[in-house]
Each structure stands twice: as C-alpha cells, then as structure tokens.
Design a protein around this ligand. Structure first.
Ligand SMILES: Nc1ncnc2c1ncn2[C@@H]1O[C@H](COP(=O)(O)OP(=O)(O)OP(=O)(O)O)[C@@H](O)[C@H]1O
Length: 227
C-alpha cells in the first residue's frame, strides 16, 4: 500500500523527550485521526511527517522512499507531495502578501512559469470558494475563515498525495469548518490522497476519520514493552 509513514520517530527538545519511537502511517485514500494530550507532540509529529523538521531517531517514508534529515536536504519533488494546513492561518502567512501571492508561493518556489501560476491560482481559488475581490486583499482585510481557505488553496497547490491538517478547523465557525472538510473530502475522492486530521475534538475525529490513533496510548505501549 502507498503511504506516508513515521517509523519509530523520536524527538527531544533540550532534555524533554516529546516523541518516543512513534510510528504512524497514512495510506492513500485513507483519513487518519490523531489525538493526544495538549503538549503531547502532535504538532511535532506533523512537522516531522511534513519533512520540515528532522527526527533525532527513526525516519519517514513516502510511498516506499525513505527520507532522513530536515527540510533542506529533502528534494522538492518529495516535499511537494505533502500539503500541510495549520491551526492559525495568521501565524502561517506573511501579512504583507496578498491572498493570491500566498496561494502561489509554493508554485513560484518550484519555478512554475507566471502564466501557469496564474491559471492554477484561479483554479484553486474557485475550489476553495475565494472570489477575485478577496484574492487581492492582504490578511488583515479578510476573516480567519477566508484566510484559512487561502491556506487550504496553498496546501493543495502542488496536488499533494498527502494532506496533514493540524487542528486546521479548530478556529473556524461551523459553516467554514464544514466547507473546509467538504473541500478536503472532495479532493480525496478525486485524487485518492491520504489525510491526517489532528484534533482535540473527539466527535470530529470519529465523524471524519477512518481510524483514530491515540499518541499517548502508542507511547504507553512502548513504555510497557521496555519495562
Ligand atoms: N521548537 C521547540 N523548542 C522547544 N520546545 C518545543 C518546540 N516545539 C514544541 N516544543 C515543546 O514540545 C512539546 C510538544 O509540543 P507540540 O506542539 O508538538 O505538542 P501538541 O501535542 O501539538 O500540543 P497542542 O495540542 O497543545 O498543540 C511541548 O511541551 C512544547 O512546548
């Protein structure tokens, strides 16, 4: 099965071990929920899976290709197969950029020509429901929900095979939350993408995910094995 997977990933910050031999896989077409206590390392695991943060031990594989190291050593062709959506769109965007520039960032970074970028931005804006008048505004002039839609468009820019959603709908009102979930579900149906949904909201996870992984339970299992 094709999958994005963490294999025995361990991460510590100073002396604090945040992830201890954590393994998790997200199969193509599958939606996996991830829950765990606050500060338990969920966002750290997302960054490791997104290939933007290295692990102290263990590694990540994407469709059978094993990856080691942090972002700068990972080829763009692998990185662009993973899209990430974070909780706070304001922290995840440059306040000086217009929404259309935010959406086009990953395409420009990989050297797409201007005409192709413009065409793809229009397509993505349509997909997430952003009108032309919103695309020329900067983050301060749009709502959190509108900005999160731009972040969703940016996450989909390279048509990723895997999408990691880190509390991505937690700050949104119910209707924007449903819209974002709908766009992701449609995208998954069309492309067979695998999706990881990190959330504290148990009801949301059981409604949305095919299976739910509890980070704490997984780490306790290791502790029991080691004892
Ligand atoms: N770059 C960093 N440097 C030092 N400590 C960090 C760093 N990033 C995270 N931490 C710490 O690691 C622990 C795990 O953080 P992380 O954000 O991964 O957990 P989380 O499960 O996503 O938490 P939450 O559910 O509250 O968002 C926390 O104690 C956090 O303070």
């Amino acid at each position: 099965m094709t999958s994005l997977a963490a294999h025995d990933v361990t991460v510590s910050y100073s002396r604090q071990r945040v992830l201890d031999r954590v393994s998790l896989h997200i199969g193509s077409g599958e939606t996996v929920g991830l829950r765990g206590p606050s500060g338990g390392g969920k966002s750290t695991l997302v960054r490791v899976l997104a290939l933007v943060q290295g692990a102290d031990a263990g590694h990540v594989s994407i469709d059978g290709t094993w990856v080691a190291g942090a972002r700068h050593r990972v080829p763009a062709a692998l990185r662009t197969r993973i899209g990430v959506l974070f909780q706070s769109p304001r922290e995840a965007t440059d306040p000086r950029l217009r929404l259309d520039d935010i959406i086009s960032e990953p395409l420009r970074a990989t050297g797409h020509p201007d005409a192709a970028v413009r065409e793809r931005v229009t397509e993505l804006a349509d997909l997430v429901g952003l009108t032309a008048d919103l695309l020329i505004r900067r983050p301060h002039a749009v709502s959190d929900g509108q900005l999160q839609r731009a972040c969703l468009a940016r996450a989909l820019a390279h048509r990723p095979s895997y999408l990691l959603c880190d509390e991505a709908t937690a700050m949104l009102d119910a209707s924007t939350q449903a819209h974002v979930a709908g766009v992701l579900t449609d995208y998954q149906r069309e492309t067979g993408a695998g999706i990881l949904v990190v959330s504290h909201d148990h009801a949301l996870l059981t409604r949305w995910a095919d299976r739910v992984v509890d980070l704490q339970t997984q780490e306790r299992r290791h502790a029991a094995t080691a004892a």
